[in-house]
Design a protein around this ligand. Structure first.
Ligand SMILES: [Zn+2]
Length: 249
């Protein structure tokens, strides 16, 4: 049986001498894992459109126990980010986080929109990479059932506090008054980073990047999002470490 779909290639590896094995994040079927026969023959039209980070239209043949890409035509190859090694490393981390968080055989429209949006932002180049990364991480976790509760202080319900703290283990906020004797608990997010975190998880899909943050607040926002991601996925992804070796001065 054949079906049409479109999606982003989030993983690729060689399968034998001439074939490629790919994982594709699709809107309707979540992540599908498929073989691309003859992918290493460069004259094969499927070759380019089934590389990592290609957003393509696919016709997929489904047999009893596997999928095979019958044809593929690229819609977007994100050329602008491929020219930059740091952006490419970050995009690879995005792919690996998708692989970790997205399920097979489940609707994944919101995940796909989020990752495509984030890749377009990397190409565009008018936002800090650390901001794009933090928004992507929080949004993906929220979609995966790890929605942090950032409405107010968990104990007293206060909305804002200069000394607001985010607890990555619990995924919630505490104000200064309630953390009286626990001043080293969590990450001090203050006003700027707290607002950014709220925006990343509560804003409409189309507006997730419609804000700015810089300096210390951006650093805190990035740190809080990454800490929460590492806690919730219970691992440090190798692509995250690789990106950090390139991006840390
Ligand atoms: Zn409180």
């Amino acid at each position: 049986m054949k079906f049409k779909t479109h999606g982003l290639v989030i993983y690729e590896k060689p399968a034998g001498e001439t074939d490629r094995y790919v994982s594709i994040l699709t809107k309707d079927r979540g992540v599908i894992h498929a073989f691309v026969r003859g992918a290493y023959n460069l004259k094969n039209p499927k070759s380019a459109a089934t590389r990592l980070l290609c957003y393509s239209d696919f016709i997929v043949y489904e047999s009893k126990d596997s999928f095979t890409v019958d044809s593929a035509e690229s819609k977007e190859m994100f050329i602008a980010l491929r020219k930059d090694i740091v952006k490419t490393a970050l995009a690879q981390y995005f792919c690996q986080l998708c692989y970790e968080l997205c399920s097979d055989n489940a609707y994944a429209g919101s995940y796909l929109r989020t990752v495509l949006n984030s890749l377009y932002m990397l190409c565009k180049g008018d936002k800090e990479l650390s901001l794009i990364k933090a928004v992507f991480e929080l949004r993906m976790l929220a979609l995966s059932g790890y929605m942090p509760d950032l409405k107010c202080c968990k104990i007293c319900g206060k909305f804002e506090d200069e000394e607001m703290r985010f607890a990555p283990d619990e995924g919630c906020l505490y104000c200064e008054d309630c953390l009286d004797n626990m001043n080293n608990y969590g990450i001090k997010t203050g006003l700027g980073a707290t607002a950014a975190m709220r925006h990343a998880i509560y804003a409409d899909d189309k507006k997730i990047f419609a804000f700015n943050l810089s300096g210390k607040s951006l650093e805190i926002f990035a740190n809080a999002a990454e800490s929460y991601t590492v806690r919730k996925t219970e691992k440090r992804l190798p692509t995250l470490d690789f990106y950090k070796t390139l991006s840390t001065p």
